[in-house]
Ligand binder design. Structure first.
Ligand code: G6P
Ligand code: MG
Length: 217
């Protein structure tokens, strides 16, 4: 039995969601926009360009194309400065255990992330070699909640969408998985991720026996 296991990156594999938040918050502050935690929740899984568009919309601001480009560059620079200091300890709890269990069971594994920084981050925390395929922000034209990223991942794994399982921490990502006709597993808060087929607060709650059940579904 084989299923395709697709993992989002930020907030699922590594604790980078906090760095995205800090970088967006600083950027918003620099152009006099208030940026709240609830708003940040809506940016999870959302591409860099779309995120800035939303922040400007919430702040009722229009800016020149030039400033837009330079702000995006600044955000990523600050984000990358956080990433540069990352260590393996920022891999979220029990993620390596689940990945290794899937590998032991010969299950195909793909990344399905909106981030254009996915490869360097996975390299940095020494997890890149665990993946059979990497699909990230450089490969897609339509951002989550559009299912494109997960559908491409399924193709790379040679699996039908209905035989794929997606781990996601964002509302947009859960919606993308559902639209792709995949099983969605929300990692985070029940109240936020209620559209997911299953919800766990983190991977420590996901037992090998549950993974086994998913494989044999
Ligand atoms: C992930 C994160 C988002 C981020 C997006 C793009 O989906 O959850 O917060 O905006 O990736 O990431 P990037 O590294 O390309 O700016
Ligand atoms: Mg995420």
């Amino acid at each position: 039995n084989k299923k395709g296991f697709i993992f989002d990156l930020d907030g699922v594999i590594v604790d980078t969601a906090k760095y995205h938040f800090l970088a967006w918050q600083n950027l918003a502050k620099s152009i006099d926009i208030d940026f709240t935690h609830e708003q940040n929740e809506q940016l999870k899984g959302v591409s860099r360009v779309k995120s800035l568009e939303k922040i400007l919309e919430w702040g009722n601001k229009t800016i020149s194309e030039e400033l837009f480009t330079s702000l995006m560059g600044k955000k990523n620079e600050e984000y990358l400065s956080f990433i540069a200091k990352m260590t393996d300890e920022e891999i979220l709890p029990d993620v390596p255990r689940v990945l290794d269990y899937l590998i032991e069971k010969a299950q195909p594994i793909s990344l399905g992330s909106a981030s254009k920084n996915a490869r360097p981050i996975l390299e940095k925390v020494h997890l890149l070699s665990k993946f059979n395929a990497i699909v990230d922000g450089n490969d897609v034209s339509k951002a989550k909640p559009n299912p494109e990223v997960f559908l491409i991942a399924a193709q790379h794994l040679n699996m039908k969408p209905e035989d794929c399982i997606v781990f996601e921490d964002s509302v947009a990502g859960v919606q993308a998985a559902n639209t792709a006709n995949m099983i969605s597993i929300g990692i985070g808060e029940k109240e936020v991720l209620h559209e997911a087929d299953y919800i766990f607060s983190d991977f420590t709650e996901i037992e090998n026996s549950f993974i086994e059940e998913l494989i044999n579904r």
